[in-house]
Design a protein around this ligand. Structure first.
Ligand SMILES: CC(C)(COP(=O)(O)OP(=O)(O)OC[C@H]1O[C@@H](n2cnc3c(N)ncnc32)[C@H](O)[C@@H]1OP(=O)(O)O)[C@@H](O)C(=O)NCCC(=O)NCCS
Length: 141
């Protein structure tokens, strides 16, 4: 079929992806899928000041830690671990069987997640910024 491929604006393709989603997901996963995605944010507050925050994305029974940040002067006080624990509780509530995240392999973020009982599931060679990246996971159920 002779077609022309060209750059498109998000609005141009949004409707196409909306109407094709059900069939495409069924073909991709080989069973009927209703895709539902949620984002949950968590904040650690000291009075009115947010000293740390985390965001997880839940979809397909998986919770992914998108970001977790604690103010530099507040680190190593258990705030990151507490944020991650609450994120895990929420993921568990929504029947997620697993939490994942991706961090530079061998770096401080990996040491933090490992201290919070995450394990290395895979290492993606020369990935983000050409760095080796570790995919970490924790099973919840
Ligand atoms: C990663 C981060 C969120 C950790 O927050 P935190 O509040 O300092 O973490 P905690 O105090 O709960 O640390 C829990 C355990 O993780 C480990 N850990 C945390 N930071 C570590 C570091 N820099 N080096 C080695 N281990 C570390 C330790 O075992 C720690 O326990 P301990 O202090 O009793 O030894 C924080 O360092 C940060 O904001 N980093 C920059 C952003 C980032 O890399 N985010 C992660 C991916 S988005």
């Amino acid at each position: 079929m002779p077609v022309e491929i060209a750059r498109a604006r998000p609005d141009d393709v949004a409707e196409f992806f909306r109407v094709t989603a059900r069939e495409a997901l069924k073909t991709f996963y080989e069973f009927s899928v209703i895709w539902h995605e949620q984002i949950h944010d968590f904040a650690a507050r000291d009075g009115d000041t947010i000293v740390g925050a985390a965001t997880i994305r839940i979809a397909a029974s998986l919770a992914h830690v998108e970001r977790i940040v604690v103010l530099p002067e507040c680190r190593r006080n258990g705030i990151g671990r507490a944020l991650l624990r609450q994120a895990g509780d929420v993921a568990n509530y929504y029947n997620c069987h697993k939490m994942t995240t991706m961090v530079p392999h061998g770096g401080t973020a990996q040491r933090f997640f490992e201290a919070c009982e995450y394990k290395v599931e895979a290492v993606l060679a020369q990935h983000t910024f050409k760095l080796d990246m570790a995919v970490l996971r924790q099973f919840l159920l």
